[in-house]
Design a protein around this ligand. Structure first.
Ligand code: WTA
Length: 652
């Protein structure tokens, strides 16, 4: 039987992947249930509807407050506060508490650089590095509430920087190192960062990516930044600006190895993380210390069943929320050992990841459908070269995992032994929301049901609840890691998340619920693309195109792509007299790459005379997309220029 027929059969039989009883009994969640006499998962879900009881009870297992809270949470629509009255700092749980126990000698991070260099940092090592940097930051005047930009690749100095900021109560805002000058500039200006931590350069596919030069270019327009701290990674020559620039090693040299952890309010801001929305301006999602610590640590402990002896590898980038929550904060709170890998997954060969799994004995691997599909295309022969028997659980995040990729991952990586935790969540939710636990029967392609302590609902356009069927996906307030608003944009916060139906959080995703209450995520309902797991707004790419001197107008849509999930297709109207040709096509792609980063470069650029617009002049992306995909156009009676629709079809 060929691979695809066997999948068809499995899906037709609606086979459910059930974990064994023996495995279930050993899990963290089952032990927790047994202790409390909770017999079934449904009973747990039912009991957890009492949010105050549930989150209060589980918080005892994962965090230590300096001063206990008086109230578990308060909902003051559209803002939630969690663990009210508690004095807290997430760094206490991530580092300080561990160095007083046997964990001080335990490895917190195993780092492997792309060239093959390896560093292992124990909790004590990490603690010392964080304290020295925190003291260094203080010495240049950084204090509680100040924003610090962090623009670093996947090296241990990235978590060290985040923790050093959190330790002194400063707010970090990490910018993904794959963004270029334009993307960095928008985020640094909006957050009004006082300092920026970066490095000279880093390794990607055997080449050096120069980060500091991008910073120099960006800072011409970001006047808030008084200090730039540069870690030496690639030994690149860099330009130097006296007084503003500091070498990391010089700033931290001789600094005391102890630094008091600021005792904050549990609701004080930990970070701002920018994410794409439907306008050109990214949204600054705010997260607080206390609720975020409880929400992320508990979900990691239960969903990935993290045990003290485990080696955990979340192969995301710390520049996105997955890395914030599940490489930095949650694993450290749980005292885990995590792998951090700097480079490309297929460099120098497609077996790089499997080599890492074997070398360090990784027990739990968490990645994205895009990465799985890429490895699937290279073929299982690369994984088969290595002993992957250490793996116990697998995970997926970022987009819907197609059943073919699910089966390949299950069969060739997990060797039909490992359950796959398909976790649905967002930058805004901070932690997993809809996800199986290792005790949950799985259906390939579905993240199953909301976790205990979370409620998700599906509603149709008319606001009618759908028990079985499809519609908009909403969450009911609140959960501990829920965003605390958008930085400097309270109106946008209300408009984006709280305006479609009353008292419910609009996720922006479409979902279907089946007869077992399982959710099937059908992608974004709004103008946000998911390209190789990266979240990018259509509008942001259009703005980048329009900022080119030869472009008058642009419309960008996503088209299904076998590996990346979506590819970026741009339709461009040139200014009067400009000549459309392949050179310009290439130039426009490069231009977007420079403005935003390579991740946003259109895969296809088409030149058209006009793009479909409403009478009020709004570009109809929906119509363009339908035309490209050959789907029904829907209502086009409001179009001012219906002939532009035909031109789209002609172009592709
Ligand atoms: C999508 C990433 C299907 C979804 C953690 C969501 C998923 C957006 C899944 C958030 C999943 C995330 N199945 N779709 N398991 N996980 N998504 O903010 O569209 O980068 O709204 O957070 O990714 O992307 P973000």
């Amino acid at each position: 039987m060929s691979e695809s027929t066997s999948i068809d059969v499995l899906l037709k039989e609606r086979r459910v992947f059930d974990p064994s009883e023996e495995f279930v009994e050993q899990t963290n969640v089952k032990r927790w249930m047994n202790k409390r006499g909770i017999k079934s998962y449904d009973e747990l879900l039912e009991k957890a509807k009492d949010l105050k009881w549930f989150w209060g009870e589980v918080s005892k297992d994962v965090v230590e407050w300096y001063k206990p809270y008086q109230k578990v949470f308060e909902w003051n629509e559209p803002y939630a506060k969690w663990f009210i009255g508690a004095k807290y700092n997430i760094v206490h749980d991530a580092l300080d508490k561990h160095v007083k126990t046997y964990r001080k000698n335990k490895v917190a991070y195993i780092f492997e650089g792309e060239p093959g260099d390896v560093r292992k940092l124990t909790y004590r090592d990490l603690y010392v590095e964080v304290n020295k940097l925190a003291n260094g930051l203080k010495s240049i005047g950084i204090k509680k509430g100040d924003r610090v930009g962090i623009y670093l690749p996947m090296i241990p100095e990235l978590p060290i920087s985040m923790l050093a900021c959190a330790k002194i109560g400063a707010i970090h805002t990490v910018v993904f190192s794959g963004f270029s000058v334009g993307g960095l500039q928008k985020r640094i200006s909006d957050s009004e960062a006082k300092a920026l931590i970066t490095c000279d350069g880093f390794y990607r596919r055997g080449k050096i990516v120069p980060l500091k030069s991008q910073v120099d270019e960006c800072l011409g327009a970001c006047h808030s930044v008084e200090h730039v701290i540069i870690y030496r990674r690639s030994m690149e020559e860099i330009q130097w600006k006296e007084e503003r620039d500091h070498w990391w090693h010089a700033l931290t040299e001789g600094q005391p190895t102890e630094c008091p952890t600021e005792k904050l309010d549990a609701n004080d801001t930990l970070y701002i993380l920018y994410t794409s929305g439907t306008t050109g301006e990214p949204k600054g999602v705010i997260s607080a210390h206390g609720g975020y610590a409880v929400g992320t640590a508990l979900t990691l402990k239960w969903v990935f069943d993290m045990k003290d002896e485990d080696i955990w590898w979340c192969a995301a980038d710390i520049g996105w929320v997955t890395g914030h929550s599940y490489i930095v904060y949650a694993p450290l709170i749980l005292g885990a050992t995590s792998v951090i890998y700097e480079g490309a997954p297929d460099y120098p060969n497609p077996n790089r990841w499997w080599k890492i799994v074997e070398k360090y004995g990784v027990n739990i691997l968490y990645t994205s459908p895009t990465a799985i599909r890429m490895h699937m295309r290279y073929g299982e022969k690369w994984a088969n070269k290595h002993d992957l028997s250490s793996l116990r659980l697998l995970g997926s995040v970022g987009e819907t995992i197609n059943p073919e990729a699910w089966m390949w991952y299950y069969k060739h990586i997990g060797k039909e032994r490992c359950q796959i935790m398909d976790t649905w969540w967002q930058t805004e939710t901070g932690s997993f929301v809809i996800s199986p636990l290792p005790i949950t029967p799985l259906k390939p392609g579905s993240p199953t049901r909301p976790l205990p302590g979370f409620t998700a609902e599906v509603y149709d356009e008319g606001g009618k609840p759908i028990k079985e069927g499809g519609g908009d996906l909403y969450l009911l307030p609140s959960w501990p890691a829920m965003l605390g608003g958008l930085y400097k944009a309270p109106e946008r916060y209300v408009k984006t998340y709280w305006s479609k139906l009353p008292h419910m959080y609009l996720t922006g995703d479409k979902a279907r619920r089946d007869e077992d209450g399982y959710f099937w995520i059908q992608g974004r309902a709004d103008d946000i693309l998911k390209v190789a797991g990266h979240r990018i707004g259509n509008y942001e790419i259009e703005s980048a195109l329009v900022s080119h001197k030869k472009v008058a107008e642009a419309v960008v849509i996503g088209k299904p792509h076998e590996i990346k999930g979506e590819s970026i297709v741009a339709f461009v109207v040139l200014k009067e007299g400009e000549k459309p040709d392949d050179t310009l096509r290439k130039e426009l792609r490069e231009h977007v790459g420079r403005e935003m980063g390579k991740l946003a470069r259109p895969d296809e650029v088409w030149f058209v005379k006009d793009v479909p617009k409403t009478r009020s002049g709004k570009i109809m992306r929906r119509v363009v997309k339908a035309r490209v995909l050959g789907a029904p156009l829907g209502d086009i009676s409001t179009l001012r220029n219906p002939e532009a629709v035909d031109e789209i079809a002609f172009a592709t």
